[in-house]
Each structure stands twice: as structure tokens, then as C-alpha cells.
Design a protein around this ligand. Structure first.
Ligand code: ZN
Length: 271
């Protein structure tokens, strides 16, 4: 499932490749991907509009169309691709946007947990306000993390993945950040000292920033807007490395299940 760095990579790509282009045609091949409107209403909302800017909020790709926002959530296996006219169309195509310069903006989704929506800017802003802290913005401070953590007895790894508090951190980057912060993922969130909260805050930012630099992590499905895999997979320190030697101490990495999701960590390095 794409997390913040993967969505950010796609957002930067699509902004670079498609900003200024006008959406001339919209073909909805999978109407179940459209939320809150019929495929026809969706088409009318998007068609003829110019892409002014592409940004990210949490795991949402937000395309500024003027008075409306085209909001794309990739779900588990969604991809947003910009292709040249005449390039072969991918399988599992959900929505095809034809751009003025004859290129295509394609939404592809094998498992179809993704969703697309075209909504007035006011409605989007209301939703935006209900989302948790953006971990890379200044508003997210060590104090803010500590204040939120103090109110929860949930295991810190599961806590970190709760999008109502801090957005964009999923299974991969929660495990990686806790390793970098040397914190045991099983500990209750409210057991973190201020110093540990500071360490975790720094680790979350570091791992997300590095993962963006390397254009995200591809385990299976994720691709950037040009269809390329992310380069961060080889830099993972614990995620998906059960039984392999810890890069810091050599002890085998453990895998446990928390909240139905795999957690990877080093019992020696993380306390
Ligand atoms: Zn270790």
C-alpha cells in the first residue's frame, strides 16, 4: 500500500508532467472507483478543466482544477500514470483522462480499493481540516507527538499508523522509524518519555524524507507516474527482513503481528 513517500513521488511527477494541461476527455472504465457521484457527473466535473497544480494531503493526491479538486486515493494497488499518446494502455485501467497535448493521465488499479472524487474546494478544505498532522510540516513538533502519544495506551507502532493523529505513515515506515528511534514497537504509546518522543519525531521525518529522495519503496505494486519502481526497497533496515541480520547489531530481525499487520524489529536494538 502506498504511504506518504510513494504518494509524494507520484504527486511531484504528475505536477511536473501534467501541470498546465487541460483535461479534454474522461473515460470512466470502472465506475465503482468514483465516489459520491455518477460516472457522468464525475466526467462533467473534470472535463475541460486545466490542471493548475498537484499537491498531496495525507495519502491523497489533490489536483487543483480551479473551483473543484480532483482527489485521488490510490488504496492498495492504485497507480496514476502519465503516458505519451500512442503508448500501450496498461491492464486494469480504471479511468482514462485525455490531455490537450494528446498525452494521457491514467488511473490503473488491480484490486480497486482506490477512489476518485471531484468535489468543490470548500468540501475538500473541510475534509483536509479533519486529517491529522502532516509529519513533514513545521506544525508537527516533538511536543505535538508527545502530547498525542500520552493520551493512548495502544502499542506505539499501531498508534503511529493511525491516520487521525499523524498522516501518511503506514506499515513500512512505522517499523522503520521505530527501529531508527530504537523504540520497541510493542510499548504503549503513553510510555514514551519526552526524549523518546523527540527521537521518534526525528526518525519519522528522516525515514520519510529519505524515502522521498529514493522515490519510494516498491514491494509489489507501487510505481511512480512514469511506471518505474521506487529505489528505497534496498535501504529498508527492518521491514520485510525477518530472520536477516540486523544492520546495527547482527541479531536476527523479528516479525510479529500487531493489529493484524506485520511488524519487523530488532529485539536487541529497540527497547
Ligand atoms: Zn539490532
Amino acid at each position: 500500500m502506498p504511504e506518504l513517500p510513494e504518494v509524494e513521488t507520484i504527486v511531484r511527477d504528475v505536477d511536473r508532467l501534467a501541470r498546465g494541461a487541460t483535461i479534454q476527455s474522461v473515460d470512466v472504465l470502472r465506475p465503482d472507483l468514483i465516489v459520491g457521484a455518477t460516472a457522468d457527473a464525475f466526467r462533467r466535473c473534470v472535463e475541460g478543466r486545466t490542471i493548475r497544480r498537484v499537491t498531496r494531503r495525507a495519502k491523497n493526491i489533490v489536483i487543483d482544477l480551479g473551483a473543484d479538486r480532483l482527489v485521488v486515493n490510490l488504496g492498495m494497488t492504485g497507480r496514476l500514470l502519465v503516458t505519451d499518446a500512442g503508448a500501450p494502455l496498461p491492464s486494469h485501467l480504471g479511468v482514462r483522462f485525455g490531455l490537450t497535448d494528446r498525452r494521457l493521465l491514467l488511473y490503473q488499479d488491480v484490486r480497486r480499493f482506490g477512489r476518485l472524487q471531484c468535489i468543490p474546494v470548500g468540501e475538500w478544505e473541510e475534509r483536509d481540516r479533519a486529517l491529522g498532522f502532516e509529519p513533514l510540516l513545521d506544525e508537527f513538533t516533538p511536543g505535538a507527538l508527545h502530547d498525542l502519544a500520552r493520551r493512548s495506551r495502544v502499542a506505539v507502532k499501531t498508534w503511529l499508523m493511525d491516520q487521525r493523529r499523524v498522516v501518511g505513515v503506514g506499515n513500512i515506515y512505522a517499523s522503520e522509524a521505530l527501529f531508527r528511534a530504537a523504540i520497541d514497537p510493542r510499548r504503549p504509546a503513553n510510555s514514551l518519555s519526552f526524549a523518546e518522543s523527540e527521537r521518534l519525531h526525528r526518525a519519522v521525518r528522516e525515514v520519510l524524507t529519505e524515502a522521498i529522495e529514493f522515490r519510494g519503496t516498491t514491494l509489489l505494486d507501487y510505481r511512480d507516474a512514469s511506471g518505474q519502481e521506487g529505489g528505497f526497497s534496498r535501504r529498508l533496515r527492518v521491514y520485510d527482513r525477518a530472520g536477516d541480520a540486523c544492520r546495527a547489531c547482527g541479531h536476527p530481525i523479528e516479525r510479529i503481528v500487531q493489529g493484524g499487520r506485520s511488524t519487523f524489529y530488532c529485539v536487541r536494538c529497540q527497547r
